[in-house]
Design a protein around this ligand. Structure first.
Ligand code: PLP
Ligand code: MN
Length: 369
């Protein structure tokens, strides 16, 4: 159940209840436009990742700008999108468990749905679910192109699994999932280029092996916000699965150079205590902001550092010479990592020129299954 929103349209930003997730609409729209333009210019399809935004409104804005569909990581995210009219969904992930697979198979009645696999037993379970539902599921083979997470080895192993999929009456072979997560936050352009060159080679080799086996790859998917230009230029990938580009975060901003997008997301917090010289406390701690990718940054306030969270508090250090925040003052915090930040909120508070313009429910928030 969604909590009531922390604001109403027309309010000034200072009137928003905190902590609140603020979306700077000018920056957000510029980011969507920019990525849509880059993908179109490169001749690759855009299938943005809904695990980042978790929002039907945002999915539809991306589709309106030419995206071919959406990626999800979870069945529950796919359900929320499909129920809300997103008609082409790739679960860019392995789905294991009969109940989850039955739900996924049921979705094929209202949307085009594909899922990934990296094991023959996984394929057999997807097949059983599709057969039971009297439907056909599209399955992509995930190959490990360097991340060391899920995925079979490129080449022979991938071909064997693709053959297994293609041989089933209840399944269709959808292509390759080749996402290189570890490459996204490699800081230097040389490291990122080397990682994606290897990933693209591995994918290309596998596509050729598949072709020799008589199997076409309708989708060769991968790419994130740190490397998408490389996958787009590789001539191998057909779809970009970028997620964070719509929002940006402090961790991506540390890439050299940072991805070409504006910081559109922040957490609005209130200074709830100024207990000592050089110290202040905001009402945004662990429950408001993740710190897996570093501390949030305090936007537009040089010399104020977010030192650390506890459950409901964020400790700020005010460096000598910096302006001390007042009790009750509001600060915008730039999250270290956008995805888990968004997942902590029920609403985007869309702001333009200092006014609340819209409230968008984060409908797939907390979709664990
Ligand atoms: N594709 C897959 C399979 C992912 O796991 C992720 C994120 O981790 C992405 C795409 C999107 O990456 P980003 O949010 O960095 O653009
Ligand atoms: Mn992420």
């Amino acid at each position: 159940m969604l909590q009531p929103p922390p604001a109403e349209p027309g309010m000034r930003e200072e009137e928003v209840d905190t902590p609140a997730l603020i979306l700077d609409l000018d920056a957000f729209e510029a980011n969507l436009d920019h990525m849509a333009g880059l993908a179109a210019a490169a001749g690759v399809k855009l299938r943005p990742h809904a695990k980042t935004h978790k929002s039907l409104v945002i999915a539809h804005r991306q589709l309106a700008r030419g995206a071919v569909g959406q990626c999800t990581q979870k069945v529950a995210e796919a359900e929320i999108l499909a129920w809300g009219g997103v008609l082409d969904i790739l679960v860019s992930n392995e789905v294991v468990g009969p109940r989850k697979l039955a739900r996924l198979a049921a979705l094929t009645r209202i949307a085009q749905v594909a899922v990934c696999a990296d094991h023959p037993d996984g394929v057999a379970a997807i097949e059983t679910a599709a057969e039971a539902a009297g439907t056909r599921l599209t399955v992509l083979v995930e190959i490990d192109v360097g991340t060391g997470r899920c995925g079979v080895a490129p080449g022979e192993e991938a071909v064997a699994l693709a053959r297994r999929i293609a041989a089933s009456r209840h399944l269709a072979f959808g292509g390759l999932q080749a996402y290189h997560g570890r490459a996204q936050h490699k800081r230097s352009p040389e490291e990122r280029a080397a990682a994606i060159a290897e990933a693209a080679q591995a994918a290309e080799r596998t596509v050729e092996d598949l072709r020799r086996a008589g199997l076409d790859c309708p989708i060769i998917g991968g790419a994130g916000t740190g490397t998408f230009a490389l996958e787009a230029a590789s001539g191998v990938f057909t779809e970009l699965q970028v997620g964070s580009y719509a929002f940006m975060d402090a961790d991506y901003a540390r890439n050299d150079p940072p991805p070409p997008f504006r910081q559109a997301l922040s957490v609005l917090a209130t200074v709830m205590s100024v207990p000592r010289d050089g110290a202040a406390v905001v009402d945004a701690g662990h429950k408001a902001l993740p710190t897996d990718s570093g501390m949030p940054l305090v936007s537009g306030r040089d010399g104020i550092r977010y030192e650390g969270p506890s459950d409901e508090h964020g400790r700020l250090v005010i460096e000598p010479g910096a302006d001390r925040p007042r009790l009750g003052e509001m600060l915008r915090l730039v999250p270290g990592h956008c995805d888990p930040t968004i997942d902590r909120y029920d609403w985007y508070v869309g702001v333009r020129s200092g006014r609340v313009e819209c409230l968008w429910p984060i409908a797939a928030r907390g979709a664990m299954a």
